[in-house]
Design a protein around this ligand. Structure first.
Ligand SMILES: Cc1cc2nc3c(=O)[nH]c(=O)nc-3n(C[C@H](O)[C@H](O)[C@H](O)COP(=O)(O)OP(=O)(O)OC[C@H]3O[C@@H](n4cnc5c(N)ncnc54)[C@H](O)[C@@H]3O)c2cc1C
Length: 454
């Protein structure tokens, strides 16, 4: 019998596996690669990216994991607050002044003032509310974050606005993968806090040198004897003092038994596979809501400096994607002479993704390039490589009423521990934190068992 089986090799599962690496361990991942919604691929000095790209700082579970694995991360250089709007690109200055620097009617500018001030004030409250209090555990903090403005939607909070005014809010809040009508006011405000904050704690402000998959691939390589891809777990069920995991790999059915299981799959999959978990937990898992994402990576081959060189993120209201990321500005920041090329990611969450979903990959690329050409004239002539990735379960978003599910999700069910981003509000940081917490609980139980047996 194994000590632990980790189901799901995304960042939550790999974080749990890393902490459990000295035990008798098995990691089962259904896809041909590890990483789940973390995916990057190297191209020389650059890397293409399709998923999680910015990570929490040194004083976080992510920081501890990176340090323990020996992976280098650094603050993202350049602006995270660029804007391309109605034909103008802004890469510096106060965000509050942007409406006065882009082409826009005075009535629209006036319509922005009240909701803008409300969001600014709420972001300031959020910033104080979210900070971890002395001796507070992760679950208590997360319950408080979910409770924050949980009873109404972000749309209810800002009200109906003219198209150009609404376009100022939509690209940021939809990054949660929910539309302003779907997510809580607190989640919308939280996203502005995330994007505006350069806090080096749990805020997402760092990039992983070499691309995000460097972390996943390093863990997978060091645990390679215990980690299997292409292993689709179908059933997880308790026995008296163990858990049985049934899975299929290369068209063969397998059964493994372990003392404990970490379920690091997305909520609906966990709910389907785990046949005998606590009823409240199962009901809570079935109510978690995800929105879709489509992302694309572009490698370009220009020879000289470009307008985007010093920017990292440029919000792109009223386009098919809502942000363009210059993934190469980390390379740019450290080079004495500008090298050839750049690496870009564009992404479309929520309604933006749904509008593109029926298109072929080539049609998605063509749609993105039309918009990129409008923003950066001549962009498509520079493109050497482009690839699309679809994420049906892109991100779990916080909807009105989500807060009351949290207590049922924050305790284990028998010998099964949950890990994943749907258990909190900090994306990869939540995945890593919950993976580490699950592992710590299991290590403590196994330690007690070892003492009894010796
Ligand atoms: C485009 C995009 C950009 C993002 N940007 C950021 C960002 O900058 N910063 C940030 O913090 N977050 C970001 N996120 C979110 C972040 O990527 C996720 O929160 C995080 O990667 C989730 O990790 P996870 O391990 O919890 O889940 P997943 O990555 O979904 O892992 C679950 C794993 O379980 C596997 N699995 C499913 N079913 C089975 C089965 N039956 N048997 C075995 N295995 C199974 C899946 O294949 C998958 O590998 C982004 C997401 C997207 C889509």
């Amino acid at each position: 019998m194994k000590d632990v089986i980790v189901v799901g090799g995304g960042i939550a599962g790999m974080a749990a596996a890393w902490h459990l690496r000295h035990r008798d361990l098995l990691v089962l991942e259904s896809e041909p690669r590890f990483g789940g919604r973390v995916r990057s691929e190297r191209r020389g000095a650059y890397w293409l990216n399709w998923g999680g790209h910015v990570y929490a700082g040194k004083n976080s579970a992510t920081g501890s994991l990176l340090q323990s694995v020996g992976i280098e991360a650094a603050p993202v250089p350049g602006t995270l607050k660029g804007l391309a709007f109605n034909g103008k690109v802004l890469l510096d200055g106060l965000v509050e002044a942007y409406p006065f620097r882009v082409p826009m009617s005075w009535s629209t500018r006036m319509a922005l003032v009240k909701p803008g001030l409300k969001v600014r004030k709420a972001v300031s409250h959020y910033g104080k509310m979210v900070a971890r209090r002395p001796n507070e555990d992760y679950w208590t903090q997360q319950q408080r974050v979910y409770d924050f403005m949980n009873d109404k939607s972000f749309r209810d909070f800002i009200g109906d606005l003219p198209e150009d005014a609404d376009a100022f809010f939509k690209p940021t809040v939809s990054r949660s993968s929910g539309d302003p009508e779907q997510i809580t006011a607190g989640a919308g405000v939280g996203y502005f806090n995330l994007v505006w904050s350069k806090d080096d704690g749990e805020g997402l402000t760092r990039y992983i040198v070499g691309g995000a998959s460097t972390l996943i691939d390093t863990i997978a390589a060091s645990l390679k004897d215990y980690c299997h891809t292409g292993a689709v777990v179908q059933e997880v069920i308790h026995k008296d003092n163990s858990v049985v995991v049934r899975y299929r790999k290369d068209e063969v059915d397998y059964e493994e038994e372990a003392r404990y299981v970490v379920m690091a799959t997305q909520a609906p999959i966990t709910q389907k596979i785990c046949k005998d978990i606590d009823k409240d937990m199962s009901a809570a898992l079935s109510q978690i809501k995800y929105g879709p994402y489509i992302s694309a990576a572009f490698l370009t081959n220009e020879n000289g400096p470009q307008i985007w060189d010093k920017a990292y993120a440029i919000a792109t209201p009223k386009r098919s994607f809502n942000v363009a990321f210059n993934m190469s500005n980390m390379v740019r920041a450290g080079e004495p002479i500008r090298q050839q090329g750049s690496s870009f990611m564009t992404f479309s969450p929520a309604t933006f993704a749904r509008d593109l979903w029926e298109k072929t990959d080539q049609e998605v690329i063509d749609t993105y390039l039309d918009d990129l050409n409008d923003i950066f004239p001549g962009f498509s002539k520079l493109v050497a490589e482009s690839h699309v990735q679809r994420w049906e379960l892109g991100l779990p978003y916080c909807f009105p009423g989500r807060a009351k599910l949290q207590p049922s999700l924050s305790r284990p069910s028998g010998r099964v521990y949950l890990a994943g981003d749907y258990l909190g509000t900090f994306y990869t940081e939540t995945s890593i934190q919950t993976g580490a917490t699950a592992a710590q609980h299991i290590l403590s139980h196994l330690g007690t068992l070892d003492q009894h047996m010796s």
